[in-house]
Ligand binder design. Structure first.
Ligand code: CU
Length: 469
């Protein structure tokens, strides 16, 4: 959903008119920035001009349109306050680019000369650092070090040649802690110019930028001084169940590009498939350096490209393996209640405090289904309805959907997987479990102790003569 009819027309028509139809005065003017108001995943942007490439899909994001100006690819980024839907039911007031956080993905081709106009509509100065790029030092975007800060209301121009193919990011290098905590960041992909020996062609190419926010339940603006205790762990500023699924066709070669601009590392895990890291922040990895894995850690400031053939049909979980990062906002002060017997207590307290609820007595799974009244503008801690009930997830979690019948170039959600008969875990219908034999406290167990362990135990147990023991 683009803001004006004209903008919608320009973007929908594959954009900002080809160079031949742009007149001289238009070329002297700033390229019109395209403002995005939706958090939906945009269809990949097939390049309307310039060198051809296979476009990426930014989950819950989009690629910035450009105009060609005498062979230079021109983009216009506007740094500004934005409203971002984190998931249905919660909107955050962030800072971002062109209407959203993260900003649009920039896609160019190796060897492209790129000119980026950056207009600052924030209440304070900013810059943009082009993370990972080879470029002239004065284009590196470090406020105070390589350029003056961009004051509110001003527009700066960055220009360089995209010298190497790979996965990059962009973010401010000005009041960096605050501006990144507020959501200012974006993805950059430089596609190879020709066939590259270490870059395979893929059928699906997804972009995920890892970010995190600390937004008190019921409020809208992130707390900017938080270093580690974030309460919203997001991909492209979306939390489960707001993160779109990765929809692929069985047999597709799939690439997922992951960049981490949070303040901690994220071990990204995919079910049902092995993948290889085919690229890092430094570019494509040499094939002889790759090994198969199912989880890869993405440290702060890093980018990882993982690739696999999606050859197992189904709905496969894909998530950060830090369990706290697949939860939405929750208090860290919730005590562990497992095993505590509260029978009768809740009823008594509810006579005094009608809304009182006890959390966590049998684990926390109940939270996933609890119809607990939440403050405005917050997300349940564990949520998401699957075909078999609550998924009990939040944060950095989504689903890789592999389908035989998914059409090529079709990114639409195929719905839940229909499992072939006899392939779903099922309830045992036979006799129940009798109480199993357990080893006793005298230490008779399947692992007999060594003599020395036994003698240590004797020493401890024997009274030593001290009074009062
Ligand atoms: Cu994580």
């Amino acid at each position: 959903m683009l803001m004006t009819t004209r903008r919608r027309f320009l973007a929908g028509a594959g954009l900002l008119a080809a160079a031949g139809t742009v007149n001289r005065s238009a070329l002297a003017a700033l390229p019109e920035p395209v403002i995005q108001t939706s958090a939906a995943t945009a269809a990949p942007l097939s390049p309307p001009n310039g060198r051809p490439y296979d476009p990426v899909v930014t989950l819950n994001g989009w690629t910035a349109p450009w105009r060609m100006n005498n062979g230079v690819k021109e983009f216009h980024l506007v740094a500004e306050p934005v409203e971002r839907e984190i998931a249905p039911g919660m909107v955050a007031r962030l800072w971002g680019y062109n209407g959203q956080s993260p900003g649009p993905t920039i896609e160019v081709v190796e060897g492209d000369r790129v000119r980026l106009f950056v207009t600052n509509r924030l209440p304070e100065h900013t810059t943009i650092h082009w993370h990972g790029q080879r470029l002239p030092n004065g284009m590196d975007g470090v406020g105070g070090l390589t350029q003056p800060q961009i004051a509110p209301g001003k527009t700066f121009v960055y220009e360089f040649v995209a010298r190497r193919p790979g996965t990059f990011m962009y973010h401010p290098h000005a009041d960096e802690m605050v501006q990144m905590a507020m959501g200012m960041m974006g993805f950059w992909v430089t596609h190879p110019r020709d066939r590259h020996p270490h870059i395979a062609r893929v059928d699906r190419d997804f972009c995920v930028l890892l970010n995190a926010y600390d937004i008190e339940p019921g409020s809208y603006v992130p707390k900017i001084n938080t270093m580690l205790e974030f309460n919203l762990w997001t991909w492209n500023s979306r939390a489960f169940p707001g993160i779109d699924s990765l929809n692929v066709r069985k047999g597709d070669r799939v690439r997922v590009r992951i960049g981490n601009l949070t303040m901690t590392n994220h071990p990204i895990h995919i079910h049902g498939h092995e993948f290889e890291v085919t690229g890092t922040d430094g570019g494509p990895t040499r094939p002889e350096s790759r090994w198969p894995e199912v989880t890869t850690d993405v440290a702060v400031g890093q980018m990882r490209q993982i690739e696999f053939v999606a050859d197992e049909e189904g709905d496969w979980a894909m998530h950060c393996h830090k369990a706290h990062h697949t939860m939405n906002a929750m208090g860290h002060e919730v005590p562990t209640m497992i095993g505590v017997d509260h029978r009768g207590l809740v009823e008594n307290i509810q006579k005094l405090v009608p809304d009182y609820m006890l959390m966590g007595e049998r684990g926390m799974a109940d939270m996933g289904e609890m119809e607990m009244p939440l403050p405005d503008n917050t997300l349940p801690m564990m949520t998401g309805q699957g075909p078999f009930g609550s998924i009990e997830m939040g944060g950095m979690f989504t689903v890789l959907k592999v389908r035989r019948e998914q059409k090529r170039d079709d990114y639409s959600d195929p719905g839940w997987f229909k499992h072939p008969q006899g392939t779903v875990a099922y309830e045992w219908a036979g006799a129940g479990l009798a109480e199993p034999a357990r080893s006793d406290s005298a230490g008779r167990s399947s692992m007999p102790r060594t003599e020395s362990e036994q003698s240590i135990e004797m020493t401890v147990r024997k009274p030593t003569g001290h009074q009062g023991h």
